[in-house]
Design a protein around this ligand. Structure first.
Ligand SMILES: [Zn+2]
Length: 61
């Protein structure tokens, strides 16, 4: 089962020549900042289980 990413809005951020990734939960607005995509995916996974505004249908991966 492939993770769907429609529930997070991802944005690359370049600040002082440092690259980071921002991901924002489109349901509750929770912001995640990470330096690597793997880290971002992990944090998104964690937030999916912690998000107070769950989607109507959750398909466990
Ligand atoms: Zn959320």
């Amino acid at each position: 089962m492939v993770y769907e990413h429609y529930d997070f809005a991802r944005n690359p951020i370049v600040e002082d020549q440092a690259f980071s990734l921002e991901s924002k939960c489109i349901r509750c607005g929770f912001r995640i900042l990470a330096r690597a995509i793997e880290e971002l995916i992990e944090e998104e996974k964690k937030h999916r289980t912690a998000c107070v505004l769950k989607p109507r249908q959750i398909i466990p991966a």
